[in-house]
Design a protein around this ligand. Structure first.
Ligand code: SF4
Ligand code: SF4
Length: 481
């Protein structure tokens, strides 16, 4: 017989444990304030998803990743190695290490290049750990005025092609009348704060006043073999639209129909790497909806293809980014499974080899987000091997970061420059005067640093060279419908 009093409420059930209860990083109360926190009293500020935390436990401290790490090989500091940073992040998560200025600096100096993941025999997925830690830290920072300006440009202008075109219009006008170059060499340019000066140096020296968008669809040249949704990128569709047009032409030649959904937007990488995870999720959802329109599970294309390593890595990360979103998790997985770099697709649907002879000596730089994040190293080299007469000299340390790493060359200019110089010295040793790379960020970094050093070097996308081998030197001639 029950002894419970009539009408008494049943004893409360224990509160259900959240499916992924956060771990709090404690021990943050009385250490020196980190830069940009304004010296405010610190409250526990970092929480790591236990799944991410468990990634850190996979590290067995073997140190095999150390020789692959650009920052460690530059300064030799254990705290600037993958093993050291994992130790720091785990220590923070366990409350055993305080978040001092020095800890923040070691974490900030990481390029998130993921070379350590390629080297790690234990399969530690380092980027999830550093990216989540950074996102938590970003919530508690007070950016400087210049940081705010640069963030506004990146988050609210660069990621929207129409705004970027409007933003660049006065620059393009000055370029056309020949004043821009004078300005960039004038003492006025040197007076810009470092980040703005670097941005100005990286701007391609020429370009149309108003870049035209791509058509909505392009037919296969002959015998359709697949439908491809081209991801044109936000910055790339304004600054490197030629490469997109060349990509379309090569896909057409390979028997692919190409569609360019208008609703595709920024991949979200700039926001994600800047700690704006929710904004990145919104971009991801919009892009998934573009591939699976009207809430259906039926994609409009067999593959979604991009020619920018940084975008490709982000697109492939959607399954992870939206894994806890019941409305998008399954579609994000299906989306990720369809993402391909242009080199992978061309190798799969190999068009008839080009016949134009190209007597040129080049070397190939592996973009981190292609080689380490997407594990794509052989296809771009295969593409280059199709070009008659092209001599490709292997680049020493080809997969070592050039220092671009998204906005890293703006936030960590000294290390970024050291790595660019190291890259350029390696390029010089090959004797090549053309460097080929599949990421516009790397291209802008290597080209601008080569120009600064007075080195005669042209940096091009592999698609540009292959397009030239097929269609001649005149670029940007995608076949129109
Ligand atoms: S991501 Fe790159 S810079 Fe960061 S720890 Fe790994 S290898 Fe080093
Ligand atoms: S190689 Fe992997 S397991 Fe070894 S120290 Fe580096 S991250 Fe840890």
């Amino acid at each position: 017989m029950s002894t419970a009093a009539p009408n008494a409420s049943p004893a409360p059930l224990p509160a259900p444990e959240a499916p992924h209860a956060a771990r709090t990083i404690s021990g943050l109360g009385d250490e020196a304030p980190a830069p940009g926190t304004g010296g405010k009293p610190r409250v526990p500020l970092l929480q790591l998803d236990p799944r991410t935390y468990d990634r850190a436990l996979g590290c067995v401290h073997c140190g095999l990743c150390l020789p692959a790490c650009p920052t460690y090989t530059e300064n030799g500091l254990e705290a600037d190695s993958p093993r050291g940073r994992i130790y720091l992040m785990k220590g923070l998560a366990d409350g055993k290490i305080e978040l001092t200025n020095s800890v923040v600096e070691h974490l900030d100096l990481c390029l998130d290049c993921r070379a350590c993941e390629t080297a790690c025999p234990s399969g530690v997925v380092y980027h999830e750990l550093i990216e989540e830690t950074r996102a938590r830290l970003a919530e508690h920072r007070t950016p400087t005025l210049v940081d705010r300006l640069v963030e506004t440009i990146f988050f609210h202008i660069f990621t929207y092609p129409l705004r970027l075109k409007l933003f660049l219009l006065p620059v393009r006008v000055l370029q056309k009348v020949g004043v821009w170059e004078m300005l960039t060499r004038s003492p006025l340019a040197k007076m810009l704060p470092g980040k703005l000066e670097k941005m100005q140096q990286m701007l391609p020296p020429t370009g149309p006043l108003w870049e035209k968008g791509l058509d909505a669809a392009y037919p296969a040249a002959a015998g359709k073999r697949a439908t491809i949704a081209l991801f044109p990128g936000c910055v790339a569709s304004v600054l490197f639209q030629d490469v997109n047009r060349q990509t379309v032409a090569l896909l057409q030649a390979a028997g692919c129909e190409v569609v360019v959904p208008r609703s595709l937007g920024c991949c979200g990488a700039i926001h994600h790497h800047g700690g704006r995870v929710h904004a990145a999720e919104d971009f991801a959802k919009a892009n998934i909806d573009a591939l699976f329109p009207n809430g259906t599970d039926k994609p409009i294309a067999d593959y979604i293809v991009n020619n920018i390593a940084g975008c490709g890595a982000m697109l492939r990360d959607y399954a992870h980014l939206l894994r806890d979103d019941p409305a998008y998790a399954a579609k994000a997985k299906a989306f990720t499974a369809r993402v391909r770099d242009i080199s992978e697709i061309l190798v799969e649907f190999k068009p008839t080899p080009p016949t134009r002879e190209m007597s040129r000596t080049v070397t190939y730089h592996d973009a981190c987000h292609l080689a380490h994040a997407q594990k794509v190293t052989a296809p771009p080299r295969q593409m280059l091997s199709w070009i008659p007469g092209l001599k490709v000299i292997p680049l020493p340390e080809a997969d070592m970061c050039c220092g671009a790493a998204g906005t890293y060359n703006l936030t960590q200019p000294a290390m970024a420059r050291d790595l660019a110089v190291r890259k350029l010295e390696a390029i010089k040793r090959t004797g090549a005067t053309t460097c080929v790379t599949g990421n516009v960020g790397c291209a802008m970094q290597i080209q601008s640093e080569a120009d600064r050093m007075g080195m005669k070097l042209k940096v091009v996308h592999p698609v540009t060279l292959l397009h030239e081998a097929y269609f001649g030197a005149e670029t940007g001639k995608a076949e129109k419908k």
